[in-house]
Write a protein that binds this ligand. Sequence first.
Ligand code: ZN
Length: 421
Amino acid sequence: MIIRARIVVTMDGPPIENGAVAISENQIIDLGTFPKVSARHRGEKIVDLGQKALLPGFINAHCHLDYTCLRGKIPPQKTFTDWIRAINAEKAKLSREDYLASINEGFAEAKRFGTTTIANLTAFPELISQIQAPVRTWWFAELIDVRSPKRANEIIDLAIESLRSAPNWGLAPHAPFTASRDLYWRCEEVARREKVLLTTHLAESREEMSMFRDASGPLHEFMREIAWDLSDCGDQTPLGRFLETVRGSSTAKAFEARNDKKANGDGQEWIVAHLNELEESDFDLLEELTSKFHVVHSPRSHNYFGHSPFPFKKLLGFNICLGTDSLASNESLSLFAEMRTFQRNEPGISPDKILEMVTVNAAQALHQGNALGQIRAGFRADLIAVPRSGDGNIFEQIVAFDGPVDWMMVNGRRAAANLPQ
Ligand SMILES: [Zn+2]
């Protein structure tokens, strides 16, 4: 099959006017101008998208589809801790069926906004086998051992049993204030053994900072109420603690012992969500890292909480991706809207760089840099089309588009069956 469009935005070199992409099964096999591609693949069926721009499908690098049904349910709270209390109260009202419906609704919405891959954290891995994900999905089991810190192994083993039904999976110890060091270590061991991905929330709120650095504040108080061990709070930032944890794991020590420079235990395998609250000493720590982890920024969730400005310019050298986070702190699952909010916050960054954050960069974070996020021969046929008008900057037009995306292909198959052909 040949797909022709007015412009093909490959994210691998300049866009191609009057471009075409040849697809065989689930792969892109050729691309170039339409006359050249059609001459090289005579007799192939041609799908002409007319005045549209064809580009790689978007990758949402951090999302919780479990909470799609909480859209609009929690108005911004005074503190992050109050938000945790509010979401816990909402969660207590939900049944297993509600969560299933919520996840399915979330997939449908993400798809409408051109998302072809989702890194989805779920607190209910046991539901995965009942869900037919309509887009490429990395299922991360969100793990918390705050109420049972001695059971890290058991919690992980149980999650893995469910995760194995998914084609792509990983582990997500929730955050340093809800997951013990032991849980982080064991997740690292499993990730190394099973060759799966790791993600976590880190340095999200000011309260997480005051909990670990000053042993005070509302989050510290909240964690004391639920009898979490706070004995090691008071002298470290969340980032400092995270780095100490991942460097102290047996996996990191094994790397050190073997003097394995490529994987030196600096947490480079981690996809770290947030990183909003950092101190000067944290930037020194980041500078020293020999290999940088991936960072996911969620611009609209960030605004909802009113965190300190995301230190984008100080994180140069890190692979920055965008994610929607959950609808308990956001309005929609649109990565177009995330790109626009990012653009408003960082007006100096060009739209093509912003588009990289939901394509090339996010693909790299998922270790799919050679399969997803670009239109290249040999890559998966995950494609979307958006309107192209006039001769303005195509990247600017893509970022400005608000959906819905009415043409989409996932793994070589038309995926927008609910929309006109
Ligand atoms: Zn999150």
